[in-house]
Write a protein that binds this ligand. Structure first.
Ligand SMILES: NC(=O)c1ccc[n+]([C@@H]2O[C@H](COP(=O)([O-])OP(=O)(O)OC[C@H]3O[C@@H](n4cnc5c(N)ncnc54)[C@H](O)[C@@H]3O)[C@@H](O)[C@H]2O)c1
Ligand SMILES: [Zn+2]
Length: 345
């Protein structure tokens, strides 16, 4: 039975997020009008891209290389040229088929090619389904830093087929679970309360997690206030990624970052110590690290202090008063943060 899509109200127009097992075989019926052009990566083309192109009566299938290191302006430029060669015009519909790297890069292409063309997201990682495909942020990295160039580009629709997760590498699944658990901590959503239980209904879990992100971005589409709550655990996580020279996967860093944020909340007496314990147990059950290992506490702190969101050197953390009660704390003393970092070695 077809489940109701989730309707999103966005500044650039409303759109639907369809979540349905087997949806990839029914894409044709859901696309906006126009000539579809699929852009994916070299890993996903043989897995899903070619079948999708055939189902769309021979739609063009463009490919970018796989990996965050290709989320660049060079890739964007190559895709513009591939689009010209495929005779894409303002009536084309660009379909991003892939994880967050493909979604962010191709979304930026769709926002700018001929001043913007129709855009459809078909996210294929758990992270892309519950996080990056929702909210309209697209863009690429520069050598100087991640996500430094970008735009807001709302999709015409988002099509989520949980069955494609069967082929997702387990480490990528765990990374998506870190963001899904973050959505639970932000919202106390009932649909996410048992997310690490064996045999959990994947489609239902994704639907609940998408709803949390939709609720946040609808209230704050341009990240002026509460959208900042989505950074729970991420101040720590970005520092871990940076200090480890990106040896840590983002989701793994978020796992440990959620533990740190909960511990800091408890240490500053914003929440009960039991919450920090609960977060740590859940992160461990998901299979993500709960410690920073040999990463030096001073270096982690220094990396956090360069965060562009620490305006004027004032520290800024998203903390919890309880599950579903996030808030932004300013001017947390360095000593409090250092004792969390040192306690998590
Ligand atoms: N725009 C936003 O709001 C937002 C939010 C969060 C993250 N992001 C961005 O998302 C990116 C990370 O995305 P990600 O975690 O999806 O990583 P990813 O796109 O690199 O995908 C991870 C790996 O899984 C492979 N893969 C994807 N789907 C698969 C499938 N179904 N079967 C087998 N293999 C599959 C990919 O080819 C890749 O090798 C980062 O660049 C991050 O900055 C953006
Ligand atoms: Zn994240």
């Amino acid at each position: 039975m077809e489940q109701q899509p989730i309707r999103v109200t966005a500044p650039g127009g409303d759109y639907d997020i369809h979540i349905q097992r087997g949806l990839l075989r029914q894409v044709a019926a859901l696309l906006p009008k126009g000539r579809p052009i699929i852009i994916t990566n070299t890993t996903l083309a043989p897995l899903y891209g070619q079948a999708l192109a055939e189902a769309l009566s021979g739609a063009a299938l463009l490919q970018m290389p796989d990996g965050e290191r290709y989320k660049t302006l060079d890739t964007v430029a190559q895709l513009y040229r591939d689009l010209v060669a495929a005779r894409a015009d303002r009536d084309s519909v660009i379909i991003a088929l892939g994880g967050g790297v493909v979604g962010d890069t191709v979304g930026f292409v769709a926002a700018t090619y001929m001043r913007g063309v129709a855009f459809v997201q078909i996210p294929t990682t758990l992270l892309a389904m519950v996080d990056s495909s929702v909210g309209g942020k697209v863009g690429v990295d520069l050598p100087e830093g991640k996500n430094l160039v970008g735009a807001f580009k709302q999709p015409d629709c988002v099509l989520i087929d949980p069955d494609v997760l069967d082929t997702l590498p387990p480490a990528e699944w765990r990374c998506g679970m870190a963001e899904t658990y973050k959505h639970y901590l932000l919202s106390a959503s009932e649909g996410l309360a048992a997310l690490d239980a064996p045999g959990v209904d994947r489609a239902a879990m994704i639907r609940a997690a998408v709803q949390v992100k939709v609720d946040v971005v609808q209230q704050d589409p341009f990240e002026k206030n509460i959208r900042a709550h989505l950074n729970l655990g991420h101040t720590f996580a970005h520092a871990v990624e940076q200090v480890s020279g990106y040896a840590w996967l983002h989701g793994a860093a978020v796992g440990a970052g959620l533990v740190a944020a909960a511990r800091l909340s408890a240490a500053l007496q914003h929440c009960e110590a039991g919450l920090a314990q609960q977060v740590e147990e859940t992160v461990a059950r998901i299979g993500l690290p709960t410690r920073f290992g040999d990463l030096d506490a001073e270096r982690l702190y220094a990396a956090m202090a360069t965060d562009k969101k620490w305006q004027g050197g004032r520290s800024r953390f998203v903390l919890l008063r309880g599950v579903g009660q996030p808030f932004v704390a300013h001017d947390v003393p360095k000593s409090a943060v250092m004792s969390i970092l040192e306690g998590m070695r």
